[in-house]
Design a binder for this molecule. Structure first.
Ligand SMILES: [Cu+2]
Length: 68
């Protein structure tokens, strides 16, 4: 199965520190790759090996203090 390309809206990022946090949070999740975070566009994009990882990504972003 090919990884699915996912884009999430992320609220609460106000500077490059914030987008860096979201970036690292996503990169730490096994099965998620090609992470890119768009601070100005308030989006995070990545490849997910399965759809469960999308729920995990949302949970982890929210846990880090941002709103996906
Ligand atoms: Cu910040």
């Amino acid at each position: 199965m090919a990884p699915q390309k996912v884009t999430l809206n992320v609220e609460g990022m106000s500077c490059s520190h914030c987008s860096g946090m979201v970036q690292r949070t996503l990169e730490e999740i096994a099965g998620i790759s090609n992470v890119s975070v768009d601070l100005n566009g308030k989006k995070a994009s990545f490849n997910a090996d399965n759809s469960k990882l999308v729920d995990i990504a949302i949970k982890e972003i929210n846990k880090a203090g941002y709103k996906a």
